[in-house]
Design a protein around this ligand. Structure first.
Ligand code: SF4
Length: 705
C-alpha cells in the first residue's frame, strides 16, 4: 500500500471531500486518474495520463500530490506550459483545495509559484548596479514614446509590487523593456554578494517555494532545474507535468542557442566598458562580418557548413574568447558588488557568444580526416579545409573563401546531434529582430531521460497524449523506453458520438500551395451559413486565415473576426459573447480557445496541420529519424499533425451540454494512408463525408439553441 495511505486519508476520500467542497460532481475518469497518480507515486513509476476535457484532471493530480507532500514532508512540483493554467492553479484551484482539505490533513496545504529569475524584477539592476543594454534614449523615462511610457510603468509598479513577478504587471511591457529591469540566473550576483539580496524578489519566491507542499512552475524552469548542477526548485521527488504535449517544444526552446549581430553587439557593449578598446573592437568587427554574412544568406536549414560561415563563426568565437581572457579572473571583484555585477553581465554575454559559435561549428560534425590548420590564419584555429563549398556553401556567398575556414562537411546523418538554421529578419513590436542563426538538438529525449526521469517520479498529463491510439510516439520524444512507465487513457465525460460530428470534405480537391482554393471558400460559406455563424476557423497559416476572412466578409452577413484584428484574448471574448460571430486564426487558437455554449458549434480546419516543409527543426528531425532506421514522416510530421488536429478538434466540446461539428476541409484525412493514424488520434465523433447531412445537422443545431 502506498506510504501516504497509511498516514493521510485515502486519496478517494480526499477527492470526494474536494469535489463536494468545490460544489462539483464525481466523475469516474477523475477517480481513476487520481488512483493511478497515487499508485505511480507509490511505485515510483512514471505515468502518462490522457484525460479528456471535462475530466477535472487538475484535481485528479493535485489531490494525490498534496497527500504525498503531506505524508512524505516534501514538495511536489507541478509544471505547466501556459501562464493561463498556472493562474488557474494558483489563483483558483489550489486556494479552494487548501480550504477543503485543511481539516483532513496534518496541516493546511501550502502552495507557491516559482518562475525563472528573468521573470522577477531585479532590485539591484533597477538601482543601476548593472549595465543598461540598449540605446540610452529608449530608456529615458521622460522620453515621450511607447517605450518610455512602458519604462515609466515598470518604475511605478516597482514601488507597489509585493512579488516583482512580471506577469502581475498589467498591461505588460515588451521583452526589450523588461530586460532592463531583470537578470538571468547567470547574470545574478547571488543573494550573498548582492546588496539587494535580502529584498530580492526572486529569492523571496524561492523561499516561499521552499516552504510549500505544491510548487507550481513552468516547463522551461523545470528543464533548467533538471539540467543545472545547482538546483533552483526545492528538493522534490515527484513532478506532475500538465500540458505535457508541450514539454518537448518548451525544453527545445530552452536549449536552443542563437547568434546574431544583436547578441554580439550586446557582448561588445558590456565588455567594452571593462577591457582594452582594441580587444573589444575585434569582437565588434567579427559581429559586423556576421551581420553582412547573415543578411545575404538564404534563410532556412544549414545542412553543410559553408566556408564563409565557418570562418565567421571562428572569428566570432575567438574574438569573444580574447575578450573573456582580457576580463581576467572571474571572481576578481568579489568584494565590489557594483563592479562584480558589470563583470558578471559581460562574462555571461561573452560566454553565450563564444559557446554558441563553438556549438554551431560542432553541429556539423568533425572536420574531414585530411583537414588541418592552414597557413595564413590566426583566427580559425579550430580546423581548416578550403574548397568544396557545395550547394549550400555557394548560396552563402564566397566571403571568407580563404584559409582557415572549414569547408562543406557531409557528416553521417545518423551521427548528427544538432541542427543549425537561419531565421530571416522580422519585426517584433517596435523592434526589428535581425537575421539570427540558431542551433538546437535533434532530440531532447536523451536529456529528459537522464536529467528529468532519471531521478524523479514523473506524471505527465494532457487531453492529448495517445496519438494513433498509443502513447508510444510521445514516450519516444520524452526519451522513455519500453519499461518504467505506464500509459492510461481515462477517456472523457463527453458523449462524443452523440454530441459531435466529424465531417471530412472528401469531395474537395487536395489543398495546394497557392492560397485557399475557391471550392474551400464556398464550402466554408455554406457550413457557416448553415450554422448561423458560431464558427471557429483554424487555419494552417495566417495567410490562409486572412484570405478566408476577406473572401467571406464579402459573401456572408455574420460578423467575422480574424486573429490580429485585436489581442487574441479580446477576440475570443467577442466571439464567445455573440453566437453569430465567427473567429478565424492560426496556431494560438488551435490550443487556446475555451468557449463552452452555443457560440462555438462549428470548428473548421482548413488542412491537416503538418509542419511546413521549410520548418528547419521538424524537417531535420524527420530526416534524422529516417537515417536512423525509423519512419521520419510518421514519427515527426504525422505525429505533429495528429497532436494539433486533436487539440483543434478538442475546441468543440467544452461542456457536457455542447454539441456541434468539426469540419476538416482536407480530403487527405479520409483518403491518404496516414489518414487512419490521424483519425484514431481524434475523439470518437460520429463521422460523415456527406456535405448535405452535415449542413442539415448544423441547421438543426442552430434552430434548437
Ligand atoms: S540577488 Fe540577483 S536577482 Fe536578486 S536583486 Fe541581486 S542581482 Fe538581482
Amino acid at each position: 500500500m502506498p506510504k501516504e495511505a497509511a498516514e493521510t486519508p485515502p486519496v478517494e476520500e480526499l477527492l470526494t471531500a474536494a469535489v463536494t467542497g468545490l460544489g462539483g460532481f464525481e466523475r469516474p475518469g477523475q477517480v481513476k486518474m487520481a488512483q493511478a497518480v497515487r499508485d505511480a507515486i507509490g511505485a515510483k513509476e512514471h505515468l502518462a495520463v490522457q484525460a479528456g476535457t471535462g475530466t477535472g484532471k487538475s484535481l485528479a493530480y493535485l489531490v494525490p500530490a498534496i497527500a504525498h507532500a503531506a505524508a512524505a514532508k516534501t514538495a511536489v512540483v507541478v509544471s505547466t506550459a501556459t501562464i493561463a493554467l498556472q493562474r488557474q492553479l494558483v489563483d483558483r484551484d489550489l486556494p479552494r483545495l487548501a480550504d477543503t482539505l485543511e481539516d483532513l490533513l496534518p496541516h493546511r496545504p501550502e502552495f507557491a509559484i516559482l518562475k525563472g529569475r528573468r521573470n522577477y524584477l531585479c532590485r539591484h539592476k533597477m538601482g543601476a548596479g548593472m549595465p543598461e543594454d540598449e540605446d540610452e534614449q529608449l530608456f529615458d523615462p521622460r522620453e515621450v514614446s511607447a517605450t518610455g511610457r512602458m519604462v515609466q510603468r515598470v518604475v511605478d509598479w516597482a514601488n507597489d509590487t509585493e512579488t516583482g513577478d512580471r506577469d502581475e504587471l498589467v498591461p505588460g511591457v515588451s521583452d526589450q523593456v523588461w530586460r532592463q529591469f531583470s537578470v538571468t540566473a547567470r547574470e545574478c550576483l547571488g543573494a550573498q554578494r548582492c546588496p539587494s539580496g535580502a529584498d530580492c524578489f526572486a529569492e523571496l519566491a524561492r523561499e516561499r517555494a521552499g516552504a510549500a507542499d505544491i510548487v507550481v512552475t513552468n516547463h522551461a524552469l523545470l528543464a533548467i532545474d533538471a539540467m543545472e548542477d545547482l538546483p533552483i526548485l526545492p528538493e522534490h521527488n515527484v513532478v506532475v507535468v500538465d500540458e505535457a504535449h508541450e514539454l518537448v517544444d518548451r525544453v527545445t526552446s530552452v536549449v536552443t542557442g542563437e547568434l546574431s549581430e544583436s547578441t554580439v553587439a550586446l557582448a561588445v557593449r558590456r565588455a567594452g566598458r571593462l577591457i582594452e578598446q582594441g580587444v573589444a573592437d575585434r569582437l565588434q568587427e567579427a559581429g559586423e562580418d556576421l551581420r553582412s554574412l547573415l543578411a545575404a544568406a538564404p534563410p532556412g536549414r544549414v545542412d553543410d557548413l559553408p566556408q564563409s560561415l565557418a570562418l565567421t563563426l571562428s572569428l566570432v568565437r575567438d574574438a569573444a574568447f580574447a575578450c573573456i581572457t582580457a576580463l581576467g579572473p572571474r571572481n576578481k571583484d568579489k568584494d565590489d558588488p557594483e563592479n562584480a555585477g558589470l563583470r558578471r553581465a559581460a562574462f555571461t554575454a561573452l560566454d553565450d557568444v563564444h559557446d554558441t559559435a563553438q556549438r554551431m561549428l560542432d553541429a556539423f560534425g568533425p572536420p574531414p580526416a585530411d583537414a588541418g590548420d592552414e597557413e595564413g590564419s590566426d583566427d580559425a584555429v579550430d580546423s581548416a579545409s578550403p574548397g568544396g563549398t557545395g550547394d549550400t556553401g555557394d548560396r552563402w556567398g564566397a566571403s571568407g573563401t580563404g584559409d582557415g575556414a572549414r569547408g562543406a562537411v557531409h557528416p553521417d546523418e545518423a551521427a548528427r546531434a544538432e541542427v543549425v538554421w537561419l531565421d530571416a529578419a522580422h519585426p517584433q513590436g517596435r523592434a526589428n529582430i535581425p537575421p539570427t542563426l540558431r542551433v538546437a538538438p535533434l532530440s531532447v529525449g536523451g536529456m529528459l531521460r537522464e536529467k528529468l526521469f532519471g531521478s524523479r517520479t514523473v506524471v505527465l498529463t494532457s487531453a492529448t497524449l495517445a496519438l494513433g491510439g498509443t502513447f508510444d510516439g510521445m514516450a519516444r520524444q520524452w526519451g522513455l523506453g519500453r519499461d518504467g512507465w505506464t500509459g492510461l487513457d481515462v477517456g472523457s465525460p463527453f458523449d462524443h458520438p452523440r454530441r459531435g460530428i466529424l465531417y471530412v470534405a472528401k469531395h474537395l480537391p487536395q489543398p495546394g500551395r497557392d492560397g485557399l482554393p475557391e471550392a474551400y471558400v464556398t464550402e466554408l460559406a455554406e457550413l457557416i451559413e448553415a450554422a448561423g455563424g458560431r464558427a471557429l476557423g483554424l487555419f494552417s497559416s495566417m495567410r490562409a486565415a486572412k484570405a478566408a476572412t476577406e473572401a467571406l466578409r464579402e459573401r456572408l452577413d455574420v460578423p467575422l473576426l480574424c486573429q490580429g484584428d485585436d489581442s487574441t484574448s479580446q477576440l475570443v471574448k467577442q466571439f464567445a459573447a455573440d453566437p453569430a460571430t465567427c473567429l478565424f486564426g492560426t496556431l494560438s487558437l488551435w490550443q487556446g480557445v475555451d468557449v463552452p455554449g452555443p457560440s462555438l458549434t462549428l470548428v473548421v480546419i482548413d488542412r491537416i496541420p503538418f509542419p511546413r516543409p521549410d520548418d528547419p527543426l521538424a524537417s531535420a528531425r524527420q530526416r534524422h529519424v529516417a537515417a536512423t532506421g525509423g519512419n521520419g514522416f510518421m514519427s515527426v510530421a504525422a505525429t505533429h499533425a495528429a497532436l494539433l488536429l486533436a487539440q483543434g478538434a478538442g475546441r468543440l466540446l467544452r461542456s457536457i451540454e455542447d454539441r456541434g461539428v468539426v469540419a476538416v476541409l482536407d480530403p487527405r484525412l479520409a483518403t491518404a494512408r496516414y489518414g487512419g493514424f490521424l483519425l484514431s488520434s481524434l475523439p470518437p465523433f460520429w463521422r460523415t463525408s456527406d456535405p448535405v447531412k452535415v449542413r442539415e445537422a448544423l441547421r438543426r443545431l442552430s434552430t434548437d439553441d
